[in-house]
Design a protein around this ligand. Structure first.
Ligand SMILES: Cc1cc2nc3c(=O)[nH]c(=O)nc-3n(C[C@H](O)[C@H](O)[C@H](O)COP(=O)(O)OP(=O)(O)OC[C@H]3O[C@@H](n4cnc5c(N)ncnc54)[C@H](O)[C@@H]3O)c2cc1C
Length: 347
C-alpha cells in the first residue's frame, strides 16, 4: 500500500494493524540467464515504494484486517455468488446461486479482474481487457534456497522466474512470467496444455528454472492468468457500480492494484454520502478516474519494463539496476499520491 491508499487505511482506523502485519522485503537480487548476479538492490528502489512509509503486506493479512473492521456491522455471506441481476423495478433484484433472492438499493461489484458483475452490466470481458503481452503462473515451492525477506529474479529476454521469501517462511512464492504476442487463453484453462506451454517456453532455461517447472507440475494450487488491465468507459450502470480490479485492474506490473482498489472504494463511499446514487456514481468517476489512469500508466515499456522482452532492453535494464544503489532515496512515484481524499464528513 502506497501514497493515498495509506491515507484510506489511516482514516479507517486500521493503519496500526496494517503496520503490525507489514512484511519487510529487504533486497531484490537480479540474475542473468546463466544464474550469475547482475545486481542486488534495496527492494524499494525497484518497486517505487518509499522506505519506512509504504507498506507491504500479505494479501490474506489485509483481507483479515478489513474483515475484522466490518464484520460486526454487516451481514457477510460466504460461498455464494450472484446468478442474476434485474434493475427493471425500483431496486436491484438479485438471485444468488444458492437460490436466495433479495432486492437491494444498490449493488457493488468488487469481484476482481474477471468480474461476473461487470459481465452482467457491460457484456463479455474481451471488450474491456487490455492484454499486456505476458502470461504467468504463481505457485509455492519449499524454501530450500535459504532465502529470507528477499526476492530473486532470473531473466532472459522475454522470460522471467522469480522467488519471493516472506521473512523466513518455509514456503517461497514462485512466479514464472513470459512474453507472448497473443494471449494463450484456451491453453491456460487446460492443466496439461499449459504445463506443456511453460515447459516449451522455458525448455533451455538455466538456474533453478527446471526445478521450478517440476514444482509447477506437482502444484495443486498454482494460479495461471494473462497479464492485462481493465479499461471501462463507465464504472456504473443504473444502481450497480464496480470497484477495484472489476472496474480498473492495473495489473501486477504496476504494483498498484491494492492501492487503487482501496482508494476507489473510499471515493465511492464518500461520493454516496448524500444518498443520491446518480450524482454519487458520477462524482466517483469524475474524482477518481485520473488517479486510476495515472496508476495504470505505471506499466513500464521497453527497458523500463519489469520484464524486458528484447535482449537490448534487458541489457539496458541491467545497466540501470547496477547504478540503482548509488541513486538518491526514492521519493515514490507521483501517481501514488495523485489523489487527495475529500474531507471526512460526519453525521
Ligand atoms: C500474481 C499477482 C501479484 C500481485 N501483486 C500485487 C502487488 O504486489 N501489489 C498490489 O497492490 N497488487 C498486486 N496484485 C493485484 C492485486 O491482487 C489486485 O489489484 C487486488 O487484489 C484487487 O482487489 P479487488 O478487491 O478489486 O479484487 P480481488 O482481490 O481479486 O478480489 C475479488 C474477490 O471477488 C471474489 N469473486 C470473484 N468472482 C466472484 C463471484 N462470482 N461471486 C462471489 N465472489 C467472487 C474473489 O474470490 C475475490 O475474493 C497482484 C496480482 C497478481 C495476480
Amino acid at each position: 500500500m502506497r501514497g493515498t491508499a495509506l491515507d484510506v487505511v489511516d482514516r479507517m482506523g486500521i493503519l496500526p494493524n496494517v503496520r503490525e502485519a507489514q512484511v519487510d522485503i529487504r533486497r531484490s537480487t537480479f540474475l542473468d540467464a546463466d544464474g550469475s548476479e547482475v545486481a542486488s538492490v534495496p527492494a524499494h528502489t525497484v518497486t517505487g515504494s518509499v522506505a519506512g512509509r509504504d507498506v507491504e503486506i500479505r494479501r490474506g493479512d489485509l483481507t483479515q484486517i478489513l474483515y475484522r473492521a466490518v464484520r460486526d456491522d454487516m451481514e457477510i455471506v460466504f460461498d455464494d455468488s450472484i446468478e442474476t441481476l434485474d434493475q427493471s423495478g425500483h431496486g436491484v433484484d438479485v438471485t444468488f446461486r444458492s437460490g436466495a433472492t433479495h432486492t437491494f438499493d444498490l449493488v457493488f461489484g468488487a469481484d476482481g479482474v474477471h468480474s461476473p458483475t461487470r459481465r452482467f452490466l457491460f457484456g463479455p470481458e474481451e471488450q474491456y481487457h487490455r492484454y499486456l503481452g505476458y502470461c504467468f503462473a504463481v505457485f509455492d515451492v519449499p524454501n530450500t534456497f535459504g532465502l529470507s525477506s528477499e526476492s530473486v529474479v532470473w531473466n532472459s529476454p522475454g522470460r522471467a522466474a522469480a522467488l519471493y521469501a516472506v521473512e523466513d517462511d518455509e514456503e517461497l512464492h514462485a512466479l514464472l512470467n513470459f512474453a507472448r504476442p497473443e494471449p494463450p487463453v484456451d491453453v491456460l484453462g487446460d492443466r496439461e496444455a499449459r504445463q506443456k506451454l511453460f515447459e516449451s517456453v522455458y525448455a533451455d532455461a538455466g538456474w533453478e528454472v527446471p526445478s521450478l517447472l517440476a514444482a509447477l507440475r506437482e502444484s495443486d494450487d498454482a494460479f495461471f492468468d494473462t497479464v492485462g488491465q481493465i479499461h471501462l468507459p463507465r464504472w456504473s450502470s443504473g444502481r450497480v457500480a464496480l470497484v477495484g480490479d472489476a472496474a480498473y485492474a492495473p495489473s501486477f506490473l504496476t504494483g498498484q492494484g491494492t492501492s487503487i482498489a482501496l482508494v476507489g472504494a473510499y471515493m465511492l463511499a464518500a461520493s454516496l454520502a448524500d444518498g443520491d446514487h446518480v450524482a454519487g456514481f458520477a462524482a466517483y468517476e469524475r474524482d477518481t478516474r485520473d488517479f486510476v489512469t495515472q496508476n495504470q500508466a505505471l506499466v513500464g515499456k521497453g527497458e523500463a519494463a519489469l520484464f524486458p522482452v528484447t535482449r537490448q532492453d534487458l541489457e539496458r535494464r541491467n545497466s540501470r539496476l547496477r547504478t540503482l544503489s548509488s541513486l538518491p532515496v526514492d521519493q515514490g512515484r507521483p501517481a501514488h499520491t495523485a489523489l487527495t481524499l475529500p474531507p471526512v464528513r460526519l453525521g
